[in-house]
Design a binder for this molecule. Sequence first.
Ligand code: BF8
Ligand code: SF4
Length: 635
Amino acid sequence: MTMKLTTDPSAATLLPIAKKEGISTVWDRHRAMQPQCGFGQLGVCCRICWKGPCRIDPFGDGPQRGICGADADTIVARNVIRMIAAGAAGHSEHGRHVALALQGVAEGRLPACQIRDEAKLRAVAAKLGLCTEGQDIPAIAAAVAKATLEDFQNQDHDAPCNWIEATLTKKRLERLQALHVVPHNIDAVITQIMGRTLVGCDADPVNLILGGIKGALADFDGMCLATELSDALFGTPSPVITAANLGVIKPDAVNIAVHGHNPLLSEVVCEVAGQMDEEARKAGAPAGINIVGICCTGNEVMVRHGIPLAANYLSQELALVTGAVDAMVVDVQCIMPSVSEIGACFHTAVITTMAENKIPGATHVDFKEETALENARRIVAAAIDAYKRRDPRRVNIPDFKQTAIVGFGVESVVGALATLNPEDPLQPLIENIANGNIRGIALFAGCNSTQVAQDSSFVTMAKKLAANNVLLLATGCGAGSFAKHGLMTQEATLEYAGDSLKAVLTAIGTSAGLNGPLPLVLHMGSCVDNSRAVQVAVAVADKLGVDLDQLPLVASAPEAMSEKAVAIGTWSVALGIPTHLGTMPQVTGSAKVTELLTQTAKDLLGGYFLVELDPNLAADKLLEVIEERRKGLGI
Ligand code: BF8
Ligand code: SF4
C-alpha cells in the first residue's frame, strides 16, 4: 500500500510508524480529500467576487457563464495567471530580501553577513554592465544592490528589468519585447495581474495569458537576482560530496532541520551551530549538532556547504516522525502547516522565523538580519533544550541514505569543462552535443505532489532519458528526489547512462579531478536556481549564434504542484523551452487556454507545455522533441 504513495524507502518505512502513533500525514489527508472537486481540477470555479462562487458546467448542460458573464476561458485564464502572480511574488520576495541584505552588507549594517565570494560579486557587476573600476567591494555591492532593486522600482514601462536584460539572448529579448511581455518592474507586473483579474476587468483569455507570461518573466527576473546575489553573499556552489534521505538524521546528535527557501537564516544557523557544538555535547549529544536540510533551504545549504538533505517536500512530516529532529526551523514557502502539530507529538521545537510566515502552535523567533546571530543562537539553544526531552524509545531513523555529489552551478560546470579546454570551456559540451554523444539536455524541476507516488516520475524519466544519452540537470524537489534515490552518484552514471553520455561524463569528471564520471544528474540548487540552467543554455546559444528555442533543451516538472512551479513552467515556455508537466494543470476546463499554452505558445515563443502523466511516455515524448530540435539545427 505505502509503495503506491511513495517510492522513497525511508518514507515507506515511516508511514506505518506514523499510523501506529496516530499521526496523520499528507497522504492520509489526500485520501480523506477524495474525491477532489472536478470543477477546481478543471480550473472553472471562480471565487473572484462574492456573487460567486460560480462554476461552469464542463459538460455543457448547466451554466456556461458565471453570474457576471465570465465564461470558462476567462475564468480559467484568470485563475492560472493569479497562480503565476503568487509564484512570482514568492520568488521575488525572496530575491528582494537577498538584495536588501546585500545593500545592508554594503552599508556595513549587517555584522552577521559578509560577501563570501568577491569574484562572483564582480562578475555580477560586470554582467549588469556596471562600471566598477577602482571601486572597493562595499561600493560594488552597493551598486549591484541598487541596480537590482531598480527591478522593483522602475516606472518606465519601456525599460526592461535589469536582470532579464542582462541574462537572455538578444534574440529572445527582442522576441519577447515584440509581444510586450518583458517586465519593467517585478512588483508592478504582479500588481497588474491582481488588478486585471478583478471582477469586471480583463476578460480576454489571450490578453490574460500574455499578462501571465509577463508575470512569469518577472518571476524569472526575481529568481536570477536571488540566485546570483546569494552566491555573492554565501558562496558560489562547487562540487561537494554529501548525503541525502532521512538516514542523515543522527541518533546521537542534536538534529536541526532547516526548511523553507531563503538562505539568509539557514546560513547563520549553520555558522552558529558550529560555535555551539560543545554545548550540545554537554547536553549529552556526543555527535554535537547535526544540521540537515529540507526542501529548498536544504538545497541551498547542500550545494554551497554540503549539508545533507533529509527530505524533499512530501516527506517533510516524516522527518519529524523519526522522533529525532530536535528543532525544525522554517522560513518561507512549502512548509506544511501540519508540522507544528506533528512536532508537538514529539519533543520537537518547530520554529517559525519570518514575520509574514507563522504557523499556529509553532514557536516564533523573529529573524532579522540585524540581529541574526542572536536569533540563530536562540534557535540553536532551543534545539539543544529540546534534545534533552527527546524520548529515545520513540526514535525511528530509517537506515536509508545515499551519497550525493552536488553543487553544479554555472561556474563549476564551466570550471569542469575548462579542465578539458581552458581556452574555450563550452567547446567540449557543444562538440559532444553536435556529434550526438549528448543528444540533448533536460532540466528537471519542481515539486512532489500527492497526485504521483513520491519521486517515482522523476526517477523513471531520468533513467530513461539518461539511457538515451540526455544530460540531466536538476533543481528543487526534483534534485531532492534524485539525491535521495542515489542518482547523483558516479555509480549511477556507470549504471544508467547511455554509452556515449557515460563516456562524456567520465571524460569531464576525470579531467576535473573527480576520479571518475560526473554524477548522472547535476544538482544545480534550489528552485530559484533554475536560473543557473538558463545561464548555461544562454551561453551555449550565444556561442552557436542561435536562440534558446533552437537548442535540444527540454524542461520537466513531473510532480509539480506549487503556484511557483506554474510560474517557472510558464517562463520556461516563454524562453522557448518545451516544458513537460506530469501532473494535470488546472486549465483543461478551457479549450482555448489549453490550446494557447500547449500549441499557440509554440508559434509565439518556440516553447510550449507538454502534458503527459505517464513518465515513460513523457520521456519518449521529450526524446522526440530533442530529436526534432536536433534536426532543426542540422545535427
Ligand atoms: O521551491 S520544488 S515543493 S520546495 S515549490 Fe516547494 Fe516545489 Fe519543492 Fe522549493 Ni520549488
Ligand atoms: Fe462569478 Fe463573475 Fe464573480 Fe467570478 S467574477 S465569482 S464568475 S460573478
